[in-house]
Design a protein around this ligand. Structure first.
Ligand code: G6P
Length: 372
């Protein structure tokens, strides 16, 4: 078994470190040199995809956070209204689905019963269904009209890491493909975004090569009872995923919030010493998002929070309010989750390891949940 772990102490650490390859493999062969997307597996007629007037993304757990990132990208690039819903909520609320609805399911295993049942239901209502899946020949892709495989390789650790980054990558490809097909973006724009995506594996590797600082911090926090995560725009699902990893691996109460929501409630939780991890948007991003999130760091700090900040390289504005700053390489703001997620995975894994827990097999959890 030690050999299977490639010298890493756990599958989780191995899989976190395989993320550059997981993203690269998912991108591989899916576009040509002119930046044209070629998704051979997309077995839904282009004419049908052009008439789609709504997308519903369905998933559970970590996959659902990848789905939330997908929504930001797809709506921005394709201008198609996109909802994200937990599979088990979707099916029981009489959702509005018809033959102009495109369902995008996200599932690492392809066997999650909640998601399978939701896809079946949507198909019965006439929707077209695309599965983004990491497991060849599994049930959800078999029961869908088309499949876009993530090529993260087998994921053994129960909590998902490399499959999550691969799902986000595949969702970007799908968004760009739809934008290409429907003429929402110029070919040159698609080419530029693909070029940025192509640089991601090396940027993820840089974060992994410099992981000691965040692991050290995590180990020093083994007695922490609760951690809050804040993020905004695509950093919001990243914050929720960071919190989920900490719950799953370290059994610590953790919650991810939209940073803008802080003042509407969660700020009441802040007391002396409360750790708050903030995913800061790029200062080059939209409008004033960056400065608003920096204000949030200031607000929680003023109330005694211990602030830990994930920010873009060169962003000196956060230093003043942060106990700890971790920098990630610069990228297109929409693509940042492929980078900002990584320190949060490292944090949860190192903290859980410091507490002596088995990060590969957390208590009470299963890799694939095949019951409803
Ligand atoms: C289980 C796993 C999670 C995973 C979720 C969805 O609960 O413990 O790590 O995110 O299922 O799994 P899927 O295979 O559908 O992505």
């Amino acid at each position: 078994a030690a050999a299977e772990k490639d010298g890493y102490p756990s599958f989780m650490e191995k899989e976190i470190n395989e993320q550059p390859e997981a993203v690269a493999a998912t991108l591989l062969g899916r576009s040509d040199i002119d930046g044209k997307l070629i998704l051979d597996e997309m077995r839904i007629d282009a004419d049908v995809l052009k008439t789609i007037n709504k997308i519903i993304v369905l998933a559970c757990g970590t996959s659902a956070y990848a789905g939330q990132v997908a929504k930001y990208a797809i709506e921005h690039w394709c201008r198609i209204p996109t909802e994200v819903e937990l599979s088990h909520e979707f099916r029981y609320r009489d959702p509005i689905v018809d033959d102009k609805t495109l369902i995008v399911s996200l599932s690492q295993s392809g066997e999650t019963m909640d998601t399978l049942m939701a896809v079946r239901y949507a198909r019965e209502q006439g929707a077209k269904t695309i599965a983004i899946c990491n497991t060849n020949g599994s049930t959800i892709p078999r029961e869908s009209d088309a499949v876009l495989y993530t090529h993260a390789g087998p994921e053994i650790a129960v909590a998902s890491t490399k499959a999550f980054l691969a799902q986000i990558t595949a969702a970007y490809l799908l968004g760009l493909y739809l934008a290409q097909l429907r003429g929402n973006l110029f070919q040159g724009q698609i080419k530029d975004i693909l070029a940025d995506l192509g640089k991601m594996p090396a940027k993820i590797a840089t974060i992994l090569d410099n992981s000691e600082q965040i692991k050290e911090l995590a180990r020093s926090m083994a007695d922490t009872r609760s951690v809050l995560f804040l993020g905004r725009h695509v950093g919001y699902p990243v914050a929720m995923e960071g919190a989920l990893k900490l719950k799953e691996l370290a059994y610590i109460h953790a919650e991810g919030f939209a940073a803008g929501e802080l003042k509407h409630g969660p700020i009441a939780l802040i007391e002396e010493g409360q750790p708050v991890i903030v995913v800061v948007p790029s200062p080059r991003g939209r409008d004033s998002l960056h400065s608003k999130v920096v204000s949030n760091i200031q607000e929680v700090r003023a109330r005694g929070a211990m602030t830990i900040v994930i920010a873009e390289e060169g962003d000196e504005s956060v230093r003043e309010y942060a106990e700890h700053v971790f920098y990630i390489p610069e990228t297109t703001p929409l693509l940042a989750p492929l980078l900002t997620t990584v320190p949060l995975q490292l944090f949860a894994c190192a903290l859980a390891t410091a507490k002596g827990f088995d990060v590969d097999q957390p208590r009470n959890l299963a890799k694939s949940v095949t019951v409803e």
